[in-house]
Write a protein that binds this ligand. Structure first.
Ligand code: GRG
Length: 294
C-alpha cells in the first residue's frame, strides 16, 4: 500500500471514531450536532488524529485505547477552524470545500458549535483516561490543553490577530507559526507516545519531529495560499494578503519559502531516525506533506 492508500484508510478510521461520538441524545440537541457534523465531516486531512494514532502504534500498541484522544484532538482542531473563519477573525466564506459554519448556521450557532466541540473533546478525554489509565490519560490531557491554549494555539492566534496590518519582525512570525500551528501538531504526537507509555527521551524526540513538521506544514500552507488552487484547497487563496497578514512567503519570497519547507522537512526526518523502522509511515507522511497541493 502506498501512502495515499494508507491515508484513505486512516481517514476512514478517524471518521468512524468521530461519528461514534457525535450522536444527539434528544431532539433539542439536533441543531447543534447538525452544525458540528457539518464542519467535522466536511473532509479535513485528519492529520492530527492520524499522527496521534501512529505515534501510539509506534509504541507497539493497538489503537482501541487512543480512540477518544484521537477524536478529541480533531474536535479541538475543528473548533479552532470554525472560530477562525468567523467575521471577528478571518471572515472566510469557504473551508474544506464548503461554506463556512457561520455562513450556513449563523454566527451564534457557529460560536456554540466551536465551544461545544472544545467541551466535548475534554469530556471524551476524561472518559478515555478513566477507562484506560488515569495517570497517562491526565498527562496527555495536560499536554493537549497546554498546547491548544495560551502557550500554544490560542497564544499564536492572539499574536496573529494583533499583527494584522502591522509590520512584524521575523521572530514574531516564527512565534505565530510555532504556536498557532506546530503546537497542536506536536501535542498530538506527544499524546500518542505518552499514552503508549513512552520514555521522556521518546517524548522529547517526537516533540522535536512534530515541531519541524508543524513549521514546514505552515510554510507550505502559506505557499499554497499564494500559488495553490482554490478548488483543490477548498478555500479561498490570497486570504493572507486580504487580511493584511505577514507570512513566510511575504517575508522571504516563494523560492526561499520552498527551500525552507525542504530544510524543515529534512530536520523532521532526522528527528525520526531515533525511532528506526517503527517510523516508516511517519517518514512517508512527512515526504508526502512536503509536496502536498491540498
Ligand atoms: C480560533 C483559537 C483559534 C485558533 C485558530 C487553526 C487556526 C488557529 C487557524 C486556522 C488558520 C490557519 C492557517 C491555521 C494554521 C494551522 C493550519 C494550517 C490549519 C489548517 O489545518 P489543516 O490543513 O486543515 O490540517 P484540515 O481542514 O485539512 O483539517
Amino acid at each position: 500500500m502506498n501512502v495515499n492508500q494508507m491515508l484513505v484508510q486512516k481517514i476512514q478510521e478517524v471518521d468512524n471514531i468521530l461519528n461514534h461520538y457525535l450522536i444527539p441524545t434528544s431532539k433539542y440537541e439536533e441543531k447543534i450536532y447538525e452544525a458540528i457534523r457539518y464542519s467535522i465531516f466536511a473532509g479535513g486531512k485528519r492529520l492530527r488524529p492520524i499522527l496521534l494514532m501512529e505515534a501510539y502504534q509506534m509504541m507497539d500498541h493497538k489503537i482501541e485505547k487512543v480512540k477518544p484522544f484521537a477524536a478529541a484532538i480533531e474536535m479541538i482542531h475543528t473548533y479552532s477552524l470554525i472560530h477562525d473563519d468567523l467575521p471577528a477573525m478571518d471572515n472566510d466564506d469557504y473551508r474544506r470545500g464548503k461554506l463556512t459554519n457561520h455562513k450556513v448556521y449563523g454566527e451564534g450557532i457557529a460560536i456554540l458549535a466551536g465551544d461545544a466541540l472544545l467541551n466535548l473533546a475534554f469530556e471524551i478525554m476524561v472518559q478515555g483516561a478513566l477507562d484506560y489509565d488515569l495517570s497517562l490519560g491526565l498527562q496527555t490531557m495536560k499536554i493537549i490543553s497546554k498546547e491548544a491554549g495560551i502557550q500554544g494555539m490560542i497564544g499564536g492566534q492572539v499574536i496573529d490577530l494583533l499583527s494584522e496590518n502591522q509590520k512584524i519582525d521575523f521572530e514574531t512570525l516564527i512565534y505565530i507559526h510555532e504556536h498557532k500551528t506546530a503546537a497542536l501538531i506536536h501535542s498530538a504526537l506527544q499524546a500518542g507516545i505518552i499514552l503508549g507509555g513512552g520514555t521522556k527521551e521518546q517524548i522529547q524526540k517526537i516533540k522535536e519531529f512534530g515541531y519541524y513538521l508543524g513549521l514546514a506544514f505552515q510554510i507550505q500552507d502559506d505557499i499554497l495560499d499564494e500559488i495553490g488552487s482554490e478548488e483543490i484547497l477548498g478555500k479561498a487563496t490570497h486570504s493572507d494578503a486580504k487580511n493584511g497578514k505577514v507570512t513566510y512567503v511575504s517575508f522571504h519570497g516563494l523560492e526561499k519559502a520552498k527551500k525552507q519547507v525542504d530544510f524543515l522537512s529534512n530536520q523532521a526526518l532526522e528527528s525520526l531516525s531515533f525511532f528506526g523502522e517503527s517510523a516508516t509511515f511517519l517518514r512517508a507522511l512527512t515526504k508526502h506533506l512536503m509536496n502536498r497541493n491540498y
